[in-house]
Design a protein around this ligand. Sequence first.
Ligand code: TMO
Length: 315
Amino acid sequence: MKLKHSLYAGAIALASGTSSFAADSSDPIIIPIHNWSSQIVMSHVVGQILESMGNNVEFVTTDSQAVYESVRLGDVSLELEVWEGAFGASFRAALEKGGLHDAGDHDAVTREDWWYPMWTKDACPGLPDWEALNACASVFATPETGDKGRYLDGPVDWLKHGKERVDALGMDFVVINAGSAAALWAEIGSAEKDKRPVVVFNWTPNFAEAVWPGEFVEFPEWVDGCDKDPAIGPNPDALYDCGNPAQGYLKKAAWDGMKDKWPAAYGALTKISFTNPQIAQMAKFVDTDDMEPEEAAAQWLEENESVWKAWIAEG
Ligand code: TMO
């Protein structure tokens, strides 16, 4: 049985003209898709690269936290955007249980946190300091939040602990979760008309930095363990009393079985590495240029052939 399988694999390798010994399984590589543009476009970029190598690919829409359990179990094959701020905790928990591994970093530095467009500073000149923001809370008050400030956080599956941070730091803010990424951009866009001060969740790399100059709020600096040990961070009795990492990683993750089942695709995955400008461009195609994700991916591949062809070159 084993012999028969390797003969078959060898025949496929010969037929497809490659010199590698083992061929990838014809079962589809399952790529999860989430709810922000760069991840959707990047997933299609990589899907199209893997298809160009002869692989079958399927996309499934999944929750961006639960996906680490799905990769670990092999229900999906990989994850292309593991953002440290939003997903570090879920990724680490799945790593500890076993079944998935770190498939390398993108050449990118990420940050995800409370953010404001620059005009907000006119109403609250002490920014970006978080205590100055808190002293200005009433500037961000809305009928919905009473005399407290309104902070529009991301959809619930991204950052789980906005309310805990407000409590841990004793802030006069109410955390509202946006229903979608589009709701964040709509909030900034509508505030822009009369330069209304707003504070919303945002991240980099993203298309938004080219559209609205702005800054992240500076919270107490992230220290490892801030989400695990109350003693870490300025409030000795609370978790989540730190900002997210200001120089976060962006990783790829793979199911442990991927390297045996799809060795060539796995080899490419370990080489794939996108930069901040490339990731921002992927988001821009969709969020600014109104392209469909598949179309945006095809465009990116066309404009960056020398980049991605190097990832699938032999050797
Ligand atoms: C997970 N995200 C990049 C939207 O912060």
